[in-house]
Design a protein around this ligand. Structure first.
Ligand SMILES: Cc1cc2nc3c(=O)[nH]c(=O)nc-3n(C[C@H](O)[C@H](O)[C@H](O)COP(=O)(O)OP(=O)(O)OC[C@H]3O[C@@H](n4cnc5c(N)ncnc54)[C@H](O)[C@@H]3O)c2cc1C
Length: 438
């Protein structure tokens, strides 16, 4: 029998999931509901987007659907290393063995959407933009939406309810589908704001050859108070990134004019300050500060008809650049399980929790504590990375890759990585907690 699938959220995981389910033949008819407008036709405010780096985990999941890898790469830039800039103008390059594929989140969504609607007919796939999921009823197997289009008539603005056979919440860190789990037995969920907030940054004029801003490097700057600036080139010749700063010690909040912003960047991140225009400084000033919510929960499914994946299940700090990779990997894992269990939903959904929850849990722990906040521990971290890399190169059978190489360059499961580096993670956790309480 054909299953009616409702996917809530047309982010990277929701759209890739539609690709994978539709590829399974006529078993599934898909309706995707997204609260925002169609990004192919409406251009979004820049405060809502940021660059994403995809490594082997995310790229493997994309690659399994024909045409997605070349389509994504066509709007991406490959990064062969990370350049750590210092205030005195010196820099240190950490090269990568496998380049990272980097692109703007909205561009990733646009590419995935274009390929989806090119490959599948409306008889099996419908995408409903401007529809915000407001509540779920797992017992009745229904979802209620509010139509939020500016152009809607009064009638169109009314709430509407749909029935589903399978409901999948890919609606991000503040998932409404996950909120429905709270009314069920034995569900535990921890939601925390990460102690650093961020603002996106966009620079039109990135091609200034005399500056040390090579196009195939991720550029980072770190201040002693823990403020971290990350900027990288985009395929269209612009540069974008984000500045992350401790909420308790927010240097940005004191800025009251574009000149304050320019002065701040010129002093602390001179390469960026040099190419930042007055317009961008003003836009930066007006852009809202964004918070990062981390989420981990005890299970990802309800019976044989509800599942959450991606950020809805395990939202993680952006510090380790894994949220999207893990979200895309979730989809490939689910597809693999459907193959194994011949699309039996009761078994497949249960297996998804069994196989993926330990990784989701470990992912959030790694995001919180892989990178230390204190400068002293940060120096120890750089040393540990160097020693681990050297030992692994000399005696790979006895020493695992460094923590960062395991996260960024391999597909080793997050739970295995946490297991290997538990001592370091516990040390950072203790130090971070001490810093927060002083
Ligand atoms: C600054 C920053 C940098 C990052 N860098 C990286 C990186 O380099 N690499 C990496 O792997 N990850 C990175 N991430 C994380 C990454 O963006 C997320 O993990 C990823 O987007 C998760 O995809 P998703 O599809 O699960 O959820 P989302 O991308 O959050 O998509 C959820 C979708 O659901 C929609 N939605 C939400 N609520 C509703 C509702 N009630 N009804 C209908 N629709 C709804 C939203 O509008 C959205 O389109 C970064 C995050 C930030 C903030």
């Amino acid at each position: 029998m054909v299953k009616k699938v409702a996917i809530i959220g047309a982010g990277p995981s929701g759209i890739l999931l539609a690709h994978y389910l539709l590829r399974r033949g006529d078993k599934y008819h898909i309706n995707i509901y997204e609260r925002r407008s169609d990004p192919r036709t409406i251009s979004f405010s820049k405060s809502r987007t940021f660059p994403i780096s995809l490594n082997e985990r995310g790229m493997t999941a994309l690659r399994q659907i024909e045409s997605l890898e070349p389509a994504v790469k066509a709007v991406s830039v490959e990064m062969t290393g990370t350049l750590f800039h210092q205030k005195n103008g010196k820099s240190r390059l950490t090269p990568r063995r496998k380049p990272l594929v980097t692109l703007d989140r909205t561009n990733l969504v646009i590419v995935l959407l274009k390929e989806l609607t090119r490959n599948y007919h409306e008889s099996r796939l419908k995408i409903h933009f401007d529809c915000q999921c407001t509540s779920v009823d797992f017992a009745a197997k229904t979802v209620t939406f509010k139509s939020i289009s500016q152009a809607s008539t009064v009638a169109e603005k009314q709430d509407f309810t749909i029935a589903y056979d399978l409901l999948i919440g890919t609606d991000g860190a503040n998932s409404v589908v996950r909120a429905g789990f709270l009314d069920t037995e034995d569900f535990e969920c921890e939601q925390k704001y990460y102690p650093t907030d961020y603002k996106s940054i966009f620079l039109e004029n990135s091609k200034n050859s005399h500056l040390n801003l090579k196009t195939d490097n991720i550029h980072t700057w770190r201040l002693e108070d823990g403020t971290l600036m990350v900027a990288l080139h985009q395929a269209d010749g612009t540069m974008s990134g984000a500045i992350n700063f401790p909420r308790q010690n927010n240097q940005i909040i004191g800025h009251s004019s574009a000149d304050d912003v320019l002065k701040f960047f010129q002093t602390n991140f001179p390469e960026i300050g040099h190419i930042m225009t007055q317009e961008e400084a003003q836009a930066f000033l007006n852009r809202p500060i964004a918070k990062i919510l981390t989420v981990r929960c005890s299970h990802y499914h309800q019976g044989d008809s509800v599942l959450i994946m991606g950020d809805a299940a395990h939202a993680v700090s952006s510090s380790i650049g894994q949220g999207c990779n893990a979200a895309l990997e979730d989809v490939a894992v689910f597809d693999h399980i459907l193959n194994e269990y011949s699309d039996n939903l009761a078994d497949s959904l249960k297996q998804f929790t069994i196989r993926r929850q330990p990784d989701g849990y470990a992912l959030v722990e790694l995001g919180d504590y892989a990178f230390p906040t204190s400068t002293g521990l940060f120096i120890e971290f750089i040393l540990r990375e160097y020693i681990a890399k050297t030992l692994h190169r000399l005696l790979p059978k006895f020493f695992p890759p460094s923590l960062i190489d395991l996260i960024f360059e391999t597909k080793v499961s997050y739970s295995e990585i946490l297991n290997l580096y538990q001592t370091w993670i516990s040390k950072v956790k203790k130090s971070n907690e001490k810093l927060l309480n002083t």
